[in-house]
Write a protein that binds this ligand. Structure first.
Ligand code: CUA
Length: 278
């Protein structure tokens, strides 16, 4: 056993631990650089809620970033400090006080971030939208989105699944005998006026799909059998992509639509144009 810790071997162990510690430090610096240099920025947010999500994302990033840096540098320190110098290894069962301390800190940070982030997430889904919100129904199926506006009467017509016939121009199965449905507008792309609350009623005709607009930081599953409301108020005119982020079948990769955020005037002319088209 005495030869196991010859001078040569100790130097070898020292070199290996120094290299490993350096590698860890390099890894930390490279990771921090990728985030600090803002190499991969999301598109600018186009709603107040989206800005809240960004704020929450940054808070989470700072908290987890600090934990990541401290943990990795701590590991590098331990590798150097406790490398094999031929000393007797000391057995430890851990430190209960330290265990309680860092578990409590993790718990507090985790719950704290959840409470702070409640507004950014839950208010979009669980709180009712502002009164006077424009209701639009969004229906997903393999592999398209179909949007329905209630029309001038403000009422959606009855849907009958047995009447669903996309080739005949009735992809939703709107009942032609229901007077409320006769003025319903059914389109493939979503057009909304800027700075007005929009209530999207999300449905699915077949499997689970998703409604995701990056610029709104809004992502919600569409689940067959239930109608899920989500709301947003877009504050920047433009055209944005709506994508499906649930693996919903072979055509999933191409399942997308567009969100047109337009001025109030353009929105009214859109409604008029649609009301005139058969
Ligand atoms: Cu629908 Cu993926």
């Amino acid at each position: 056993m005495s030869t196991a810790h010859s001078g040569l071997n100790s130097r070898g162990v020292a070199l290996a631990s120094i290299l490993l510690a350096l590698l860890l430090i390099l890894f930390v610096v490279a990771t921090v650089y990728v985030f600090a240099a803002r190499l991969y920025l999301p598109p600018p947010p186009i709603s107040h809620d989206a800005a809240l999500v960004d704020h929450q994302y940054n808070l989470t990033l700072y908290a987890t970033g600090a934990a990541f840096i401290l943990a990795q540098l701590g590991l590098a320190y331990a590798i150097l400090r406790f490398r094999d110098r031929g000393q007797q290894a000391r057995f430890t069962r851990g430190n209960v006080a330290l265990e309680i301390l860092w578990t409590s800190i993790t718990f507090l940070v985790f719950v704290g971030l959840g409470i702070i982030g409640r507004r950014a997430w839950a208010d979009v889904r669980f709180a009712p939208s502002a009164s006077g919100a424009i209701e639009v129904e969004a229906t997903t199926n393999q592999f398209v989105y179909t949007f329905r506006y209630p029309g001038p009467d403000g009422k959606f017509g009855r849907l009958d699944p047995s009447l669903i016939n996309a080739p005949a121009g009735n992809p939703l199965g709107v009942d032609p005998h229901d007077p409320a449905g006769q003025d319903d507008i059914v389109v493939a792309e979503l057009t909304v006026p800027v700075n007005q609350p929009i209530e999207v009623l999300l449905r699915s005709q077949d499997v689970i799909h998703n409604f995701f607009v990056r610029e709104l930081r809004l992502q919600q599953d569409a689940v067959p059998g239930i109608r899920i409301p989500v709301h947003f108020t877009a504050n920047r005119i433009g055209t944005y992509e709506i994508v499906c982020t649930q693996l919903c079948g072979l055509g999933h990769y191409k399942m997308h639509s567009l969100l047109h955020v337009v001025s109030e005037v353009d929105y009214q002319s859109f409604l008029k144009r649609q009301a005139m088209s058969p």
